[in-house]
Design a protein around this ligand. Structure first.
Ligand code: CU
Length: 151
C-alpha cells in the first residue's frame, strides 16, 4: 500500500510549505488603515470646530486612534456622543475588518484654540496618530455650515 501512503503525505507537506511561505512573506500582519469622507463644517464660532471622517481597517488587527494634530488647532480632542451629551474619550478603536465612523451626532473631533476661523472651501491638514499603526495625514475640506455627507 505504498502508493496510498505517499499520496496522503503530499497534502501535509504542501500545507507545511504554505505555512512557511506565509510566515516569511515580509508583509507583516496588523492594521491596514485608510481614511475617507473627511470634512470640517464651517464653524459658527470663531474658536471651536468639529471634524468628521471614516477610518477603514482591512487588516487583521484592531488599531486605536489616540490623537489628532493640526496646524489649525492647538487642541484637538476625541469626543463621543451619548444621549445628546458629548464626552471626551482617550481613544477610538478601528476594528479589524471594520471601520470607525466619526459623524454628525456621534463620534467627532473637537478642535479648539483655533489659529483662525476656517471658511468653506479651505483645506485643513490633519495628522491622525495611532498606537499601533503609522500616522496618516489627511487634507480635509471645510464645508458650508449645515453640510451633510451625500448632499
Ligand atoms: Cu464635542
Amino acid at each position: 500500500m505504498t502508493p496510498t501512503r505517499s499520496l496522503r503525505r503530499i497534502p501535509v507537506a504542501a500545507a507545511l510549505v504554505l505555512l512557511g511561505a506565509t510566515a516569511c512573506s515580509g508583509s507583516p500582519d496588523g492594521p491596514e488603515l485608510t481614511v475617507s469622507g473627511a470634512y470640517i463644517p464651517q464653524p459658527a464660532l470663531a474658536d471651536m470646530a468639529a471634524g468628521y471622517f471614516t477610518v477603514s481597517n482591512t487588516g487583521d488587527r484592531d488599531a486605536r486612534l489616540t490623537s489628532v494634530t493640526s496646524d489649525l488647532s492647538g487642541d484637538i480632542t476625541l469626543h463621543s456622543t451619548e444621549d445628546n451629551r458629548m464626552r471626551r474619550v482617550t481613544s477610538f478603536t478601528v476594528p479589524a475588518g471594520g471601520r470607525l465612523t466619526l459623524a454628525l451626532g456621534g463620534n467627532h473631533l473637537m478642535l479648539t484654540d483655533l489659529e483662525h476661523k476656517p471658511a468653506a472651501g479651505e483645506q485643513v491638514s490633519l495628522r491622525l496618530h495611532f498606537d499601533d499603526a503609522d500616522t496618516i495625514d489627511v487634507r480635509v475640506p471645510v464645508k458650508p455650515a449645515g453640510y451633510h455627507p451625500g448632499d
